[in-house]
Design a protein around this ligand. Sequence first.
Ligand code: NAG
Ligand code: NAG
Length: 189
Amino acid sequence: MMLVSLLLILLQVCSQLMTAVAIPTCLLNGHVVQSAHHMLRDLGGSFPVSCLPVNINISFPSSALPAAASANPLQCRKALWVVYESLQEAGLVFEEDLPAGLTWRDEKLQRFRHLQFRLMEEGQCLSGVDGSVVLSSYFSNVTAVLEQQGSAVCGWEALRRDLLWVLKSALHQHHNCFTWGTKTPPTSG
Ligand SMILES: *[C@@H]1O[C@H](CO)[C@@H](O)[C@H](O)[C@H]1NC(C)=O
Ligand SMILES: *[C@@H]1O[C@H](CO)[C@@H](O)[C@H](O)[C@H]1NC(C)=O
């Protein structure tokens, strides 16, 4: 009897291990994305009214994110890719020195960067997902605004607003596409 239960336990452990191996490592941890969202939200105030004119040039292509919550793995991959790519591109901007006049809380910005970096490592294999042209068009528009004399602050604010939207929408609409374990999945693979 003892032996049988021992065998059963072993079998269970084995099948759990097998499942863990079978899960693709190309995933993003939902908790980390959520923390990154909160850091980004809390590092500054709401979008300044004085920056509204920048919306003509910077408006996130919301259609890039698959609309409905769905168990479809392709939709999941696309959604995670949009999160990954947006974080990656925004990260390149946020690496620069803050433009004069932008009063973001540095400690929270550093913590955001740290989480962002972690997600970049974790989701590395997402970079191979077929991209959408519309997203690169968006980011070149952002860059154009950032390079314009006097509009950098609003460019940063608009990028932060849009990135918050991306993270929040993805977490809500594609909740099941993220991993929600307490442990970060392995980054290799
Ligand atoms: C980028 O800007 C161009 C010109 O202002 C505009 O036609 C295009 O729709 C913008 N792209 C995105 C994704 O916002
Ligand atoms: C916004 O886009 C228009 C047309 O593409 C351009 O002429 C203008 O300089 C841009 N404004 C900023 C702040 O980049």
